[in-house]
Design a protein around this ligand. Structure first.
Ligand SMILES: [Zn+2]
Length: 130
């Protein structure tokens, strides 16, 4: 399985978890494209990892804007950007940046240790001209 296929599979699992099976283009018919630039960081006793990339969201996919924490053992469901995107849509914002901290635990058998995962993101939305 390629990295892209793996990410797609994880994303689909998250969608099942969030139970929102509507397609993005149904919920936001006035959006032409959504692009999410992200920088992920996770540090632990075993060293730190960084990853960055750009997610060109497929508007025909389900309402799911989750980016996985870099910590593979993390107990959280990932960084959910849905509320950010709803807010941007509401305010007709075309660009927004922010940061999130992971709300999970370092590993299922370390419930007292919170995950150090971090996400920096820039979301860009293109709206249809009215
Ligand atoms: Zn995490």
């Amino acid at each position: 399985m390629t990295e892209a296929q793996f990410e797609k599979m994880k994303r689909e699992q998250h969608c099942l978890r969030y139970m929102d099976t509507r397609r993005i283009e149904e919920v936001f018919p006035d959006i032409v494209s959504i692009e999410i630039c992200y920088q992920l960081h996770h540090g632990s006793a075993f060293g730190s990892q960084d990853k960055e990339g750009t997610w060109d969201v497929n508007l025909q996919s389900q309402m799911c804007f989750v980016i996985d924490c870099l910590n593979r053992e993390c107990t959280s469901a990932g960084f959910d950007l849905k509320n950010e995107i709803y807010a941007m849509h509401h305010d007709h914002l075309t660009e927004k940046s922010g940061e999130m901290r992971c709300d999970g635990q370092e590993a299922p058998d370390h419930p007292e240790q919170s995950c150090d995962g971090q996400l920096k993101y820039t979301i860009k939305i293109v709206f249809k001209q009215s």
